[in-house]
Design a protein around this ligand. Structure first.
Ligand code: ADP
Ligand code: MG
Length: 494
């Protein structure tokens, strides 16, 4: 819980400083083959109404049957959020009419959700860490989709998504800036993806957020909030918060009051606009769904799922830092995606024992490989350089067969042409020259040819850099830099 006010996060208004207060309701589509209460497929895409059972279409007399895998996924997620798992929870009907909701109600969990309070640790830039409280996580059904652009005079309904399981993850109002909100959603997404409980694909709508924003003078009680519905990208979440907080400050500073309302973010205009006010808010007439028994399971069931959980990002990051001596930054970059962490660990496992260097390997994975992948818009799963190949390059540097500089050329060759790095070094004569006699010859030639520079270097030892450059140039970058330095120091007498 953020109890102290961080002055850097305040917004300057005409009447003084303001603090933003943000709470998020994230809807995450559960990774499962079939829907929450029916056997229909959850596959994305497909022709409209391809994946619709009689239950999803709400045919009279159909009965929902809970999908055990969705329950397990919600429990896994709760464990990943270090949250209270409720051994008994209930499903309620949330009643409203909409053409894409054939039941006339959504089955959700109202008073007693499957998961209670938890906590997420979030790293903000500059080494700052915040903790965001989780209020609850509950299971509910997704609705279908109305299609308004298929026919000049009619709207159609596609029920493929109808009944797909969602987890609604509600945060406490612990977030204090757009940057914190974006970092929180990013972290939540990472945790879900590690757990394999939601693919986190925001473009496909697998993860979206309702963003609650209010403002207050530091130290004041919570202000009235507005809820921005269904924001579907992390960037838009940030933009919507910035706009909305300033809009509210403007109203308050003009002596107005904030009406609690639901708003929409328009990314084209960069602004939020009113959708409905609290007075128009629905009365959902929640009541327990009589078709479904309370959901009950044992602690042993929860413990079984817990035992099977993968290592989570925070633990992985701490282990990387402790085991391989990585900086907190490098460790968190590698741990930010399960695939990246696995790639790094595969590289490490392939390195030769005697030169195994976790930091060097991390440098190469992060700076060279990730840097290059980013530039090309590729992700780690489709990397042209495999973990085997990268490990070979790191080994060649570690054993001093090639210099770091030549290794970059080698990396480029492997990236473009593939092949075995060791064989490429051999075939193209890229080996570092460590033969001192050969290097000494080059050093002598350059010293002899530049008597004026030699004299200057005795006055200004930094000039040794110029000599190193010359030697490296005439050796095609292959001279061992340490040997070059040592020899030059001796010859120049510095
Ligand atoms: P409701 O059920 O009406 O949506 P909740 O109490 O469940 O209300 O809150 C929904 C979300 O709004 C939560 O994420 C919570 O953190 C957030 N929230 C509550 N009060 C405020 C506030 N004053 N400012 C910003 N966010 C808030
Ligand atoms: Mg709510």
């Amino acid at each position: 819980m953020n109890v102290t006010v961080n002055p850097k996060k305040l917004i300057k208004g005409a009447t003084g400083d303001w603090e933003m207060v943000i709470g998020l309701e994230v809807h995450a589509q559960v990774t499962s083959n079939s829907k929450l209460f029916s056997g229909a497929s959850t596959e994305f895409g497909g022709a409209p109404n391809d994946h619709v059972s009689l239950v999803d279409a709400a045919m009279p007399g159909m009965l929902p049957v809970i999908n055990e895998e969705c329950v397990a996924q919600a429990v896994r997620t709760g464990l990943g959020l270090k949250a209270q798992i409720n051994l008994k929870s209930t499903f309620d009907r949330k009643n409203y009419f909409y053409p894409d909701l054939p039941q006339g109600y959504q089955i959700s969990q109202f008073k007693s959700p499957i998961v209670g309070e938890g906590v997420v640790t979030v790293d903000i830039s500059d080494g700052e860490t915040i903790t965001v409280g989780i209020e609850r996580l509950h299971l509910e059904q997704d609705a279908g989709k109305s299609l308004h652009d298929q026919h000049p005079t009619m709207s159609f309904v596609d029920l493929n998504r109808s009944g797909v399981a969602l987890m609604e993850i509600v945060s406490k109002p612990d977030i204090r800036s757009s940057e914190e909100a974006k970092a929180y959603v990013t972290k939540l997404r990472t945790i879900l993806r590690y757990l394999g409980t939601c693919d986190g694909d925001m473009e496909k709508g697998s993860l979206r957020a309702d963003v609650n924003v209010s403002v207050r003078k530091p130290g004041d009680p919570l202000g009235t909030r507005c809820e921005i519905k269904n924001v579907n990208s992390i960037r838009f979440i940030g933009q919507a918060i910035e706009y909305e907080a300033r809009r509210q400050i403007g109203i308050l500073e003009d002596g107005g009051v904030i009406e609690q309302e639901t708003r929409l973010y328009d990314p084209n205009k960069g602004e939020t606009r009113s959708m409905r006010s609290k007075e128009e808010a629905h009365d959902y007439r929640y009541f327990p769904d009589p078709d479904l028994l309370p959901l009950e399971f044992t602690q042993a069931y929860v413990d079984g799922l817990k035992a099977e959980l993968p290592e989570l990002p925070d633990e992985k990051r701490a282990r990387f830092a402790a085991e391989f001596g990585l900086t907190p930054y490098d460790a968190s970059v590698l741990a930010s995606e399960r695939e990246s962490a696995d790639f790094y660990e595969t590289v490490l496992s392939k390195l030769a024992d005697k030169v195994r260097d976790g930091k060097l390997a991390a440098n190469w994975v992060i700076n060279e490989l990730f840097g290059r992948l980013n530039k090309e818009g590729k992700d780690i799963v489709s990397s042209p350089v495999s973990a085997d190949q990268l490990a070979a390059i790191v080994d060649l540097i570690g054993e001093k067969t090639i210099s770091g500089k030549i290794a970059k050329d080698l990396f480029e060759i492997i990236w473009a042409e593939g092949g075995d790095p060791r064989a490429v070094v051999e075939a193209r004569g890229m080996k570092q020259v460590t033969d001192l006699g050969a290097i000494e010859k080059v050093v002598d030639d350059i010293v002899a040819a530049n008597p004026d520079k030699v004299a200057q270097a005795k006055e200004k030892p930094a000039l040794i850099g110029w000599f190193v450059g010359q030697v490296m140039k005439s050796s095609g970058g292959k001279a061992n830099p340490q040997a070059v330095n040592d020899l030059l120091k001796a010859k120049l007498g510095i």
